[in-house]
Design a protein around this ligand. Sequence first.
Ligand code: TLP
Length: 347
Amino acid sequence: MSAGLPVLDFRSDTVTRPGQAMRKVMAEAEVGDDVFEEDPTVNRLEDRVAELFGREKALFVPSGTMANLIAIAVHCRRGDEVLLERRTHSFVHEAAGAAALFGIQLTPLDNPEGMLGPAQVQAAVRPDDIHEPRTRLVVVENTANLSGGRVVPLARLQQLRRLAREKELRLHMDGARVWNAAAASGTPLSAYAAEVDSLMACLSKGLGCPVGSLIVGDRAFVAEARRLRKMLGGGMRQAGVLAACGLYALDHHLERLSEDHALAAELAQELRRSLDGRHRVQEPETNILLVHTDGLSTTHETLRRLEGAGILALALSDTTIRLVTHLDLPRDAAREAGRRLGPPPGR
Ligand code: TLP
């Protein structure tokens, strides 16, 4: 057991809790009925995010899952097909919402880089044939969570964009952690946004808000998204109390993301010292660190060892453990984890 040591919670950057300053802006937020588009704080957040991404409009929604579902449903009709990499959140972790609720087929493609390449998309696009679904949309996740928070290079997005234009496909970016991608690569948010038809970004991950995501795109896309948000029960009323957190986070938590990236890199070094040869610690690009193991029993054993030292991590598969850094961790969390773990057992 962790013998009363404070827990280092690396399970996700979603575990952060709003601090006192954020709670204060919530308490003081000016509010109105957002279904009537009369919540001034929501309106301010949507305007600010649209401007940050250099696009016409943004829409505040309760979650990243709803944001992706709405975007997919706006772009596709029943019977249409979406291409995405197999480890994409929309394919793995969104309860098949697009299929279950909107009759849209998600077709996963494998790429060892964890992000789609133009050649494989080109090869997968269906011919105009009554036997086949209509390929309509490509979804790209940036950063690519389950591939280790990898940044999709702008050049890759531009290649996909060109192809999408040529094949009359739409391009949606799951930018749950696009803030991290921009911080790590130096690519402006607006440069990513310029290459896609729509994107979503989450406030409730690296930015430390309790709730909320935004869907971004042109005016007509967002108008349709607003209709679907209502249909799905995501029309919120005095949502300004939540939007206020987003405004606060954009002012105070965006600039610091590189600290999370540095902490993940430091954690990788510590884990390399503490874990034996049955593990391979992948070099993190952002705030997500993957440890690959040689099998399920090593994964279980390592998770137990971590937990015994008061360190929480998540098993993504039989052979992958994920650790995520975030703003609620102490600055010395990596060194502290290394100190608690010490060298590999038996050394
Ligand atoms: N990701 C969560 C889990 O669901 C895995 C996490 O801990 O990383 N897109 C991406 C890329 C995500 O990582 C997530 C959440 C979502 C969408 C969904 O966002 P929410 O949880 O707000 O519905």
